[in-house]
Write a protein that binds this ligand. Sequence first.
Ligand SMILES: [Zn+2]
Length: 177
Amino acid sequence: MKKPKPEPNCTFNIDIQNTNQLTTDQLKGAEAELNSVLGAGNSGLSAVFNQGKADFTATFTNYSFGGNFFSSGVTSDTYGQNNVNEFAKLFLGAKPINSARVFLNNIAAVAGPNVGFAVGRVLAHEFGHWALGIFDSPDNGGIMQGGIEILSDRSLGRFIADDIKKLQALCAKLHHT
Ligand SMILES: [Zn+2]
């Protein structure tokens, strides 16, 4: 049997804002888990952080009822939220844009001491919204399914094979031209 051709390596640039909200170890854990998700199955995909021109930007923040009152759909159960304008999403069919908020306190409430790992999973999911051009997909079968499951179950914490192919194509388009 012929060995499958190895995928060319390709690296996304991800900016994380407010990294000081996590400890150094938690941040390292988050970045490592995002790379585990991207690189699963020898996809050749990886990410570097806060280097060069960002493909995608995530802002670490904390949820509060008052602070997020006007942010439609954001509640104490929200781990991350794409920054697309809600009006444009609802009425103009706008796709997710290349930035999102990640709600550290909501994640810590369910992940406890595994907050770094869990933030990495949420980062991967939020990155996927933009990179795949999809909102939550309850029948996705992988990490784009969303919800608490992405933090615990192994297959639901990974991109499905079809989505990895799309990510490889996007990365090649952005970085191998
Ligand atoms: Zn989502």
